[in-house]
Design a protein around this ligand. Structure first.
Ligand SMILES: *Cc1c(COP(=O)(O)O)cnc(C)c1O
Length: 377
């Protein structure tokens, strides 16, 4: 079998080519490359889709996190509780702003921040909790929000991997991921669940005052042209990217469903295998499977990946090195935290291809070969 990929952006594009091309052409015709009408249009459409009051578009998901922390006026030395098991950008901005990351263990089933470990990490310097909705599944937000309220902390949801997913509270209320905390952030990196054709990002909030500040930070600290009130940066969503996202947003639910179907297929194939723990679906979460990440045991993972690749099957390790083991953070004190599970996960997870264009034939080929290798290696 040829052309197996972790994500197949080419086929996805070909299936909506006419609409995308027309949308791009309209930007070229207008030459409104910066802050063109498509940016406003997309922002409004996404606000409606998510049910959130304010969306501030920006240049990428890393900027979104940085702008969020700047707008909350976090100061050097302030402590931020965040998982170490995440894509590095989450914690990179913490370091960039000279804030102190306080690494928290993750839950063994969901891979998201362990809500039972958060409170013991809180000190008088703690200012925010940054849960990450990892691999398409929301963190357990209800207890996180309760802890934050009790200790007067901000919550910044890193929703780069779970747009289109949601969280159901114990009273039955369902809220879109990224729209529960003080601020939510996302990325439109091409391979994300809602991806553009370059870089893009956005920030969500229901707080109107905060929205004004977020807009200022993203726009050179100005509210009025040439009047710079606070330290900001220059972070915009390109009009071309907004035009593409405007088309793709219409397909987001179908894309999430397609990803969930792939996960259903793998789950059924791999159920009860002694060497595999398939991804857990938390009852509170509408999982949108940015990744299909399993835990495997009793097999040489490197050899498994090598043998898969010989059969044309790509696989990935998300993530091979947790943040607390990165050189950049070697000064960070982790003596108060137990990160055993994080350390174990990075050695034992493996992710298989999951995307919006997979065929049953591809799924059968991948899963049966995966099982054969697991049983023989
Ligand atoms: C992709 C990602 C980011 C960063 O997004 P960019 O648009 O690449 O800057 C941040 N956090 C997480 C969890 C991500 O997966």
């Amino acid at each position: 079998m040829t052309n197996l990929q972790m994500v197949d952006l080419k086929t996805q594009y070909q299936n909506i080519k006419n609409e995308i091309d027309a949308s791009i052409q309209s930007v070229l015709d207008s030459t409104a490359f910066i802050n063109g009408p498509q940016v406003k249009e997309f922002t409004a459409n996404l606000e409606t889709y998510l049910g959130v009051k304010h969306i501030i578009p920006c240049a990428n998901g890393t900027d979104a996190l940085q702008i969020a922390m700047m707008a909350l006026d976090l100061k050097p030395g302030d402590e931020i509780i965040t998982p170490s098991y995440t894509y590095f950008a989450t914690v990179e901005v913490v370091g960039l702003l000279q804030l102190v990351p306080v690494f928290c263990e993750v839950n063994k089933d969901t891979f998201t921040i362990d809500v039972n470990e958060i409170e013991k990490l809180i000190t008088p310097k703690t200012k925010a909790i940054v849960p990450v909705h990892l691999f398409g599944q929301s963190a357990d937000m209800e207890p996180i929000l309760a802890i934050a309220q009790k200790h007067n902390l901000f919550v910044i949801e890193d929703n780069a991997q779970a747009i289109g997913g949601s969280y159901t509270f114990s009273d039955g209320t369902k809220v879109a991921n990224g729209c529960m905390g003080t601020i939510g952030t996302t990325s439109f990196f091409p391979s994300k669940n809602l991806g553009c054709y370059g870089d893009g990002g956005a920030i969500f909030t229901n707080d109107s005052e905060l929205a004004t500040r977020l807009k200022m930070v993203a726009n050179h600290g100005q509210r009025e042209k040439y009047i710079h009130e606070i330290i900001g940066c220059n972070s915009r969503l390109d009009t071309l990217q907004a035009a593409i996202l405007n088309v793709k947003l219409k397909y987001l639910d179908a894309y999430c469903d397609a990803r969930r179907k792939v996960a259903d297929y793998y789950d059924a194939k791999f159920a009860n295998h002694p060497k595999i723990k398939t991804p857990y679906r938390a009852p509170y979460s509408h999982h949108v499977y940015h990744q299909y990440t399993m835990q495997v045991n009793g097999v040489d993972r490197n050899l498994l990946m090598k043998k898969l690749l010989e059969l044309g099957i790509p696989s990935m390790i998300y993530y091979p090195i947790p943040a607390h083991k990165q050189k950049m953070f070697e000064q960070v004190d982790i003596s108060k935290t137990n990160l055993d599970l994080t350390n174990w996960l990075v050695e034992n997870v493996i992710s298989l291809p999951i995307h919006t264009e997979m065929t049953d034939e591809q799924l059968e080929y991948i899963s049966s070969n995966f099982l054969t290798l697991l049983n023989t290696l």
